[in-house]
Design a protein around this ligand. Structure first.
Ligand code: GTP
Ligand code: MG
Length: 328
């Protein structure tokens, strides 16, 4: 493994100290020709010993060519999607620490030292550059800002995740983290997936404030707030279903049963008064809703037992793959 330089921020300045840790900067890119050279150069300056990789998804502009000319190693991935590009990067690149950042020159390279610090010090498995922490002055597009408020609130409500920025594209991850968190997202759900899966697996997440810049003129966003926002929301719902099946199906069951009480109450009160059941369809609807609710509860119970056993299985596989007596 090549030797690298250890960078840490002290008083806002990045200082280098020698270490044998290998740092890889991973930049997923789709048509970022106007900015990619600056991003590569900025990270080269901030982390002189790190290897810089641009994952190109068949850009139709000169992104790959410019990235290579700037000294980055270009990995080509024909399947479209930021999530797929990041997954490919993690499979192909071996490093002790991974820095993930966008190629649109919106994240500050000068903050990379502050992001690396908790990971290098062994205090964090993933460090997230938070664009919304107190004290930051990030420049969001209007709908993006709304999404970046809405999703953390949504996750706080569903999964009690207390983080300020779920969707930040500027992160540092350790090798252990990258090996331990399976990625399935294909597009912009990647960040939400990383965050939720990290929390559910009890990885240590540290947020560091950063300022997001606006995209420079002539560079175009690949994110459609409505379309991708919907996908991110859907991804969060599916993660909730998979990681908290009892809450998901139990909640659904409770809602169905409560709705079923309405026709049920009418039918029962009529029966108590007259001894008859004149509204037959209401009676059937009430029973159907109560049974559907119970079924949903049952599904929740079964899935939560299965998911618990899978957690145990995952812990055992981890022990087999990386036995503790072989060091970390
Ligand atoms: N490899 C690859 N990278 C992608 C793809 N889509 C987006 N990206 C990159 O992912 C990063 C984030 O995309 P952006 O369009 O900047 O999305 P955003 O940062 O959420 O939103 P804006 O900065 O407002 O546009 C950029 O570096 C893109 O080039 C893709 O399909 N493949
Ligand atoms: Mg961007």
């Amino acid at each position: 493994m090549p030797s690298g330089e250890r960078s840490a921020a002290q008083g806002g300045k990045i200082v280098a100290a020698s270490t044998t840790q290998h740092i890889a900067v991973v930049i997923p890119c789709l048509n970022e020709a106007p900015t990619i050279a600056k991003v590569v150069e900025d990270f080269r300056r901030a982390l002189p010993a790190a290897a810089i990789y641009v994952i190109d998804n068949g850009s139709t502009d000169r992104t790959a060519e410019i990235a290579a000319a700037s000294g980055a190693q270009v990995i080509r991935e024909t399947r479209r999607g930021k999530g797929i590009a990041v997954r490919t990067a993690f499979r192909r690149i071996d490093a002790d620490f991974y820095v993930m950042v966008d190629g649109d020159d919106t994240y500050p390279a000068e903050s990379v030292g502050a992001l690396l610090e908790p990971a290098l010090a062994g205090q964090a498995d993933m460090v997230v550059g938070s664009r919304t922490m107190a004290g930051t002055s990030s420049q969001f597009r209007r709908l993006n800002r709304l999404g970046n408020r809405l999703f953390p609130a949504f996750l706080r409500f569903l999964l009690r995740i207390q983080l300020t920025d779920l969707l930040s594209g500027f992160r540092v991850m350790t090798r252990d983290f990258v090996l331990g968190v399976p990625i399935t997202a294909r597009n912009f759900e990647i960040e939400a997936e990383l965050t939720v899966k990290a929390v559910e697996r009890n990885y240590r997440i540290v947020e560091v404030p950063i300022d997001l810049r606006a995209r420079p003129d002539g560079s175009f966003s690949k994110l459609s707030p409505l379309h991708d926002g919907r996908r991110i929301m859907w991804a969060i719902v599916l993660l909730f279903r998979d990681y908290r099946p009892m809450a998901f199906f139990g909640g659904l069951g409770l809602i169905l049963m409560l709705i079923g009480l309405i026709p049920g109450f009418i039918v029962i009160s009529e029966f108590v008064e007259t001894g008859l059941v004149p509204r037959f369809p209401s009676a059937i609807l009430a029973v159907a809703l109560e049974l559907a609710g119970l079924l949903s509860f049952g599904v929740g119970l079964i899935l939560s037992a299965v998911s618990r056993r899978f957690q145990e299985l995952e812990a055992k596989i981890e022990l087999l793959v990386r036995p503790p007596w072989h060091g970390s």
